[in-house]
Design a protein around this ligand. Sequence first.
Ligand code: AMP
Length: 450
Amino acid sequence: MTEKKHKLERLTGVKGMNDILPSDTGLWEFFENTVKAILHAYGYQNIRTPILEHTPLFRRSIGEVTDIVEKEMYSFVDSLNGKQLTMRPENTAAVVRSAIEHNLLYDGPKRLWYIGPMFRHERPQRGRYRQFHQVGVEALGFVGPDIDAEIILICQRLWNNLGLRDIRLELNSLGHKHERAAHRDQLIIYLERYIKLLDHDSKNRLYTNPLRVLDTKNPALQDIAANAPKLIDFLGDESLAHFEGLQSLLSANNISFTINPRLVRGLDYYNMTVFEWVTNKLGAQGTIGGGGRYDLLIKQLGGKPALACGWALGIERILELLRENNLVLSNDGCDVYIVHQGETARIRAFSIAEQLRNIGLDVILHCSVDNASVSFKSQMKLANASGATYAIILGDNEVWQDEVSIKPLRGNREIMDNAQQRVPVKSLVDFLAKVIAIPQKKEGISYNHK
Ligand code: AMP
């Protein structure tokens, strides 16, 4: 009888959900650090909410007649308790839910920010994934338009600090509910005139969410949408004053913008100010992010009424722009890679590595990859490939003499004359402190003991 060989099926990731590999995480970390520094500079506090929320949270906030709720949510019933759950397609609703649940506004307004994965069951393509990442701010309890300007300034500073110059700001105002209602009546009358020309989605939205018809990407409907009654013509004095107030604050801060009367955003909770950041550099998926005011959402989700605004930016699209601009990140290898041979050298190498980490250096200690001892030559190859600036070498000879050899692998060569050099173990720290700029302050913790 021949023995059948069973080949194990190789598993792959889920379509539209990407692995972010070490070759790419440097760029992610660079972006995350840049954006975090800016958010801190504006006094925003980080909030972290779960990936899963009860489905009604999104249905009630984003709106029943939206692409996200109608077609894109990863929703399922928890078979253990029958609860309807959804993997967050966006995070404003969850932040508001959390702020209400934990009474975050009890002592005044809050400036919050988040970062993390979102999930939408869309057709994957460049710039559009089923798991993607957003960074966002939510400013809860502010009337605007100063806060509206502030959150836009944060984005502008981010583009500046990232060196991105091809992102434009588009602005609109959706006014108050009663103003939208008056516009809606006229819009329906207008769209009914073209009902035969409308596509399936637009027909469906004609009576449920006609504003979204203006947002259509269908080229055949562009003229109809462009000539439709404009919401801005229905805004009353208060809404107009808010909108104009925002525009003057932006102009005073040298932020350029265009007013796009058709900008409505894909989520129902917005009112008054809405905005989007767009670029021509990314093909069809040119919206980098957007936001606006959502003054009724907190009340709508059961909280004590409070005004609010926020934005969310798509991180994949920002990183794509950075790549388009050929951003080069500086080498982020370790300071030191320690190679060693022999049992005594290994023990000493551990202790040296820990001492160097104590003074703030980043150190890789060579570890066995199989049971055979690895030659110095192979270890040096690994040291080089790791991107480390220096190799520290510990062999029998060095151990005998209480020394180490130091070899510069890149940069700083001139300081050491490009040569390998012997240094006594006891003066190693001082020596490295001289040639490597050791960070002044490494993060530390302290405890408040009672
Ligand atoms: P939204 O919440 O739909 O306004 O999305 C805000 C930003 O998130 C967008 O402008 C995109 O940059 C990004 N985004 C939204 N959906 C996706 C997706 N499926 N894949 C990648 N990025 C997305």
